[in-house]
Design a protein around this ligand. Structure first.
Ligand code: URA
Length: 194
């Protein structure tokens, strides 16, 4: 049994001052979804809507994410969604490496508590952090890797799909692979979101 608790992790995270983003944020975007899910989705960083609501993927990209999830029979109640960075970078710039490093303990805590069997990285930033630093999203999206005994894959970030809808077919095929893995877990009795 882990000594870490969701309550302590979340309250410490909401008070975080590990980097300068704490000075410009409105809300810390801790994460949301099913804490017992075998599947963890990891995005990049909150945008303006998420900063305002305190919830991940609540803007346009989030709406697209919801419809992509629905297209493979998933919804937010079955997965957990968190971001690599919990506070919005000004003007939605890419988070700096030192901001990512400062924020990593929160996601590590979430990983320790959820212990997912599968991770889906939404976009390049998350894939570079959790799969490999030289990850190439155009070439390696939809490929399963193994890290620390769990399967991990990256799909195109929904914001990239808003910019370039021609990539949506690839994203759908990649999410179908996630669905297939979930079906396998269900068949072996290892999938429980209860
Ligand atoms: N993009 C992300 O990566 N995360 C969010 O929560 C919103 C947009």
């Amino acid at each position: 049994m882990s000594a870490l608790s969701w309550e302590k992790l979340q309250s410490d995270c909401l008070a975080c001052q590990n980097c300068a983003l704490c000075q410009t944020r409105t809300n810390v975007v801790f994460g949301m979804g099913n804490r017992n899910s075998p599947v963890l989705f990891i995005g990049e960083a909150p945008g303006a809507t998420e900063d305002a609501t305190g919830l991940p993927f609540t803007g346009r990209a989030g709406k697209l994410l919801d419809s992509m999830l629905a297209s493979v029979g998933l919804d937010r109640s079955e997965i957990y969604i968190a971001n690599t960075i919990k506070c919005r970078p000004p003007q939605n710039r890419d988070p700096f490496p030192e901001e990512q490093a400062a924020c990593l303990p929160w996601l590590k805590g979430q990983l320790e508590l959820i212990r997912p069997k599968m991770i889906v990285c939404l976009g390049r930033i998350s894939a570079m952090r959790f799969i490999k630093p030289d990850f190439r999203i155009t070439q390696e999206h939809g490929v399963w890797f193994e890290r620390e005994g769990r399967k991990i894959m990256a799909v195109y970030h929904p914001a990239a799909l808003l910019r370039d809808p021609s990539k949506r077919g690839d994203a759908f095929e990649d999410l179908r692979k996630v669905e297939i893995e979930i079906e396998k877990l269900k068949a072996s009795g290892e999938y429980s979101v209860g």
